[in-house]
Ligand binder design. Structure first.
Ligand SMILES: *Cc1c(COP(=O)(O)O)cnc(C)c1O
Length: 236
């Protein structure tokens, strides 16, 4: 196998510049868009290097992987979000370990988060993940259930809904992709305007290595970037 040298520091600089430019082009300022490093499958040595270079927000997909790595990470000044599909039986293990769960995709999962948050005497910050493309294979809440589920979750006393998250379908062109991002932005704005209790809609999490600029131009304020920083993932 060919080994390519990956310059994490340089990658971070280039991506940060592109984020800043897109933020400004979208009519906002540079610090209005948060930059998350997605660290799934990445060795702690490289994650710590990214942290030394200024990364202050990381995203992990799997409960077990994160719990196995966290003691090796320099997380004192770093916010940690869970971004992968979460099974209800793992909520107990992760709830006190992360600052946010971005992948709440059902009322039943939210109920378990509520139960565990109450036990721990805390408020859990969550995003509702939306299956914007309506794909069978994708995680995220079905759009037809969204409004009703959102209202139900917003009633839960130990959950604070902070916004929405999505992974759009693989699109053939920019127009199609932008349609999904715009749809998410409109859902975000509509719910925000309702000013529901326990809902502080301030985060719209969308955009990954291949499409973060398009996402920012459509209103994203948190981009989740993995392979563009650390190189292609190697699954063991
Ligand atoms: C892996 C992952 C990312 C990052 O994907 P890249 O294309 O490597 O940037 C972002 N969000 C979620 C939910 C992921 O699982």
């Amino acid at each position: 196998m060919e080994h390519k040298f990956i310059d994490i520091e340089e990658n971070l600089k280039v991506i940060k510049n592109r984020i800043n430019e897109a933020a400004v082009r979208s009519g906002r300022s540079e610090n209005d868009v948060r930059f998350m490093a997605v660290t799934k499958t990445v060795d702690p040595v490289y994650i710590n290097h990214a942290i030394d270079c200024g990364i202050d927000l990381i995203g992990e997909n799997k409960v077990q992987e994160f719990l196995g790595k966290k003691d090796a990470l320099k997380l004192e000044k770093v916010e940690k979000h869970l971004i992968g599909h979460l099974q209800s039986n793992k909520v107990r293990k992760i709830i006190t370990e992360v600052d946010m769960i971005q992948s709440v995709d059902s009322v039943s999962l939210a109920k378990e988060i509520e139960r565990q948050a109450e036990k721990n005497n805390m408020t859990a910050n969550v995003l509702i993940e939306v299956n914007v493309g309506g794909e069978d294979s994708k995680t995220g809440m079905d759009k037809s259930l969204f409004l009703e589920s959102f209202a139900e979750i917003s009633e839960m006393k130990h959950i604070s809904i902070r916004g929405l998250m999505t992974i759009p379908p693989i699109c053939e062109n920019n127009a199609e992709l932008t349609k999904f991002f715009n749809e998410m932005y409109n859902m975000f704005i509509d719910i925000k305007a309702k000013k529901l209790d326990n809902v502080n809609m301030d985060i719209l999490s969308m955009g990954m290595s291949g499409d973060f600029e398009e996402a920012i131009l459509c209103g994203s304020n948190l981009v989740r970037v993995g392979s563009a920083i650390f190189g292609p993932r190697i699954y063991k």
